[in-house]
Design a protein around this ligand. Structure first.
Ligand SMILES: Nc1ncnc2c1ncn2[C@@H]1O[C@H](COP(=O)(O)OP(=O)(O)O)[C@@H](O)[C@H]1O
Ligand SMILES: [Mg+2]
Length: 382
């Protein structure tokens, strides 16, 4: 795939991550927030990672969204083990410190399965050994990090990383930096809000969307029957909430419109982008329209309350009931606590709702709440 590179941004961020001022909290890590499909993962893989490596860091990349069913805690541990396995010296070191002096003799092999949460070798010890052996600063990139606090093991992994960070950033070692990304500021904020959280105080930065330089790059290589004006496309791109895929899909649609006259290209392109936006919105709303009355009521109340949402309080239960009533005055559905619990579970399974392990809920995609508001779906929420 053709990628527009953002080298200046990568160099700037790599600097901020690697060279920490003594007074700065960035030793705590760095959080980048931006909506879904705006190019975070692409940037991490294609630009930030190579830049960090160029500046001498050892990068471990973990995507907590890649396999939604895997426990985020395990995904983090596996990524660390995979990196360890690439360095023979580190494995020997760990074997020695685990009391297995003769690692290569006598057929007793040290197994990396011992590295983990509550296992023989802690993540902290493993990462310290890795950094000492390679003499490199380690940067752990956790993509879609908000997923980590949806499970106990994920939470455990974050606390283990906090311990690792404190250990590796002491004067005895080269250092560990954690870069986390996520699509929702509120959720990321939970990772750094309270003192007992793994990333207390880490700076939360808005990851900048792709800009006019990307749009110019896109227009240059789009290859339609007539050129596109970057100024106009920039407006369309903003309207498309900075999602490159929508521009790409619109261009693809035009390529298959045989007999399209060159003078009609700009107008048709604008229309095609709008079609892509509508299709993407319809797709989101289609799921909402397939919900049971109670699931829909719970989702609407959550969308309206946002960060103040308290799922089982009396007033909230009344709000669900009012929404049910408005949708169907003769309906039988009751919003009691067990039924609401069921509904929240179903909404999580449909990936509409996100739940932190300690029972905090949020809408999975912030744009969905906006869209429901726009379409008047929240009008019945008291
Ligand atoms: N720098 C870029 N150049 C070209 N296309 C991009 C770029 N960044 C993102 N894209 C396109 O947008 C899609 C979504 O990007 P992705 O990095 O997965 O977003 P996010 O991680 O924010 O959800 C990618 O599949 C790719 O097609
Ligand atoms: Mg991503």
């Amino acid at each position: 795939m053709d990628v527009f590179h953002r080298e200046a941004l990568a160099a700037d961020l790599a600097n901020k991550v690697l060279f920490v001022a003594p007074t700065s909290a960035s030793g705590s890590g760095l959080f980048l927030a931006a909506p879904r499909r705006t190019g975070k993962s692409t940037f991490l893989r294609e630009d930030l990672r190579p830049q960090l490596e160029k500046q001498g860091a050892l990068v471990v990349y973990v995507d907590l969204w890649e396999d939604r069913r895997a426990d985020p805690g395990d995904v983090i541990v596996h990524a660390v083990r995979a990196e360890l396995s690439r360095h023979d010296g580190v494995v020997k070191r760990l074997a020695r410190s685990a009391g297995m002096e003769k690692v290569t003799v006598g057929g007793v092999a040290f197994s990396l399965d011992r590295v983990g949460l509550g296992e023989g070798v802690s993540l902290s010890a493993a990462l310290a050994a890795l950094s000492d052996e390679t003499n490199q600063v380690i940067v752990l990139i956790v993509d879609e990090a908000q997923h980590a606090i949806t499970s106990e093991r994920g939470n455990d992994a974050l606390f283990a990383l906090k311990a690792a960070r404190d250990e590796l950033n002491s004067s005895r070692h080269r250092g560990l930096r954690v870069v986390a990304t996520g699509s929702n500021r509120d959720k990321l904020a939970m990772l750094r809000n309270s003192r007992d959280q793994a990333f207390y105080g880490a700076p939360l930065v808005n990851f900048p969307p792709l800009g006019p330089d990307y749009v110019a790059w896109f227009c240059e290589r789009v290859g339609l029957a007539a050129p596109l004006d970057p100024m106009v496309v920039q407006e369309l791109f903003t309207h498309a909430a900075f999602r490159p895929e929508l521009l790409g899909a619109a261009a693809d649609a035009l390529r298959f419109e045989f007999g399209l006259a060159p003078q009609d290209v700009p107008g048709r392109f604008a229309a095609a982008v709008q079609e892509q936006i509508d299709a993407s919105n319809d797709e989101l709303l289609r799921v909402v329209h397939s919900l049971t009355p109670l699931q829909a009521a719970v989702l609407k109340v959550l969308a309206r309350r946002g960060a103040d949402y308290a799922p089982f309080e009396g007033a909230t239960l009344q709000a669900y009931q009012a929404v049910l009533q408005a949708a169907n005055p003769a309906g039988e559905a009751r919003a009691d606590v067990p039924a609401v619990q069921q509904a929240l579970l179903a909404l999580q399974e449909k990936a509409l709702v996100w739940r932190a392990a300690r029972g905090v809920y949020a809408i999975e995609e912030a744009v969905l709440a906006e869209l429901m508001e726009q379409r008047g779906l929240l009008a019945d929420v008291p």
